[in-house]
Design a binder for this molecule. Structure first.
Ligand code: NAD
Length: 287
């Protein structure tokens, strides 16, 4: 907690951090495993329930009534806008970036987005840029389930020669993906490459894995120059992400072994933590 500051016009100490945080009105888009966790964390950090709202599909309203933290619930963007949010926190999936985040950016609401894979679409990136210009608003992408995004972004200033991502998951975690057309996930008994190509191709073919590859591509050398290997590996029981980059800066090599979010085995806990950190940092830095 920062110390209260003296405002020169007033002899009374002004705790500007608390003051700013008190003015924020935060709308969480999507109340699945991640959205619920973000809500609980913000509330535990002292954000009042009246400063929090959520946007959820109408069929989920009943389930939300069971929640102990009572917040305003909206089912359409227009009603949410009339609540005057200052920030929206997207925890809902790729489609919600287009359907909810863009209209909110257009209306001057800043956004923190975790479904980074949506930005694999160049037309959507263009729409986001236009929305931010129109609304004079800001979008923050979180690093999500991976790390080293800051280092990649810095390294590209000096020029990056290559960026390679390798993702490993246990075979059962690839069930329902296009890899099942070619491989029988029940019989894979050794590390097996199920996809090799560019980040652009992988985002189109494996949209559920696009959040990580898009974050790396956007920070580094783009979707067409970032190479991606995906492996079904019976030797791992976590989602393992490896990033290797070479450039004028030197060499980067990072490996993350991510535990799942307790409420959603498909989502890395680190991804939820990264969005919580982004919101908390906004509240603390805006003094
Ligand atoms: N950046 C990363 O590394 C990373 C990692 C994991 C997940 N994610 C993203 O986070 C999202 C949320 O993860 P989760 O574990 O909470 O998923 P989840 O499936 O538990 O919850 C998603 C919720 O969003 C709701 N929803 C969908 N579309 C909506 C819309 N247009 N408006 C409002 N609500 C909507 C769904 O009904 C659901 O309740 C994922 O869809 C994924 O895109 C990102």
């Amino acid at each position: 907690m920062t110390k209260p500051e003296f405002n020169e016009q007033s002899p009374v100490p002004v705790d500007r951090e608390t003051d700013f945080a008190a003015r924020e009105r935060i709308a969480i888009i999507g109340m699945g495993a991640m959205g619920k966790r973000v809500l609980a964390t913000l509330h535990a950090r002292g954000i009042k329930a009246r400063q929090l709202s959520c946007l959820v599909p109408a069929h989920e309203a009943d389930a939300l009534n069971m929640q102990s933290i009572k917040i305003e619930v909206f089912h359409d963007v227009a009603s949410l806008v009339s609540w005057n949010p200052t920030l929206c926190v997207e925890c809902a999936g790729h489609a919600a970036v287009d359907e909810a985040v863009i209209p909110l950016l257009e209306r001057g609401v800043d956004a923190i987005v975790v479904s980074v894979g949506a930005l694999a679409s160049a037309p959507l990136r263009e729409k986001i840029n236009c929305a931010m210009t129109l609304g004079n608003s800001e979008l923050t992408l979180v690093s999500g389930a991976v790390g080293g995004i800051d280092a990649l972004r810095a390294a590209r200033m000096g020029g990056l020669d290559s960026v390679r991502y390798t993702g490993r998951k246990p075979p059962h975690a690839w069930r329902g993906s296009p890899a099942e057309v070619q491989f029988d996930m029940l019989t894979i008994d050794k590390p097996t490459v199920i996809f090799e190509g560019t980040a652009g191709e992988s985002a189109r073919l494996f949209p559920k894995n696009a959040n990580v590859t898009a974050a790396i591509a956007l920070a580094g050398i783009g979707f067409e120059r970032t190479t991606v290997t995906m492996m079904a590996d019976p030797g791992v029981d976590q989602n393992v992400h490896e990033i290797e980059a070479v450039g004028a800066f030197g060499r980067l090599s990072i490996r993350l072994e991510n535990n799942p979010l307790p409420d959603n085995p498909r989502t890395s806990w680190l991804a939820a933590m990264s969005i919580e950190d982004a919101v908390i940092r906004r509240l603390e830095h805006s003094i």
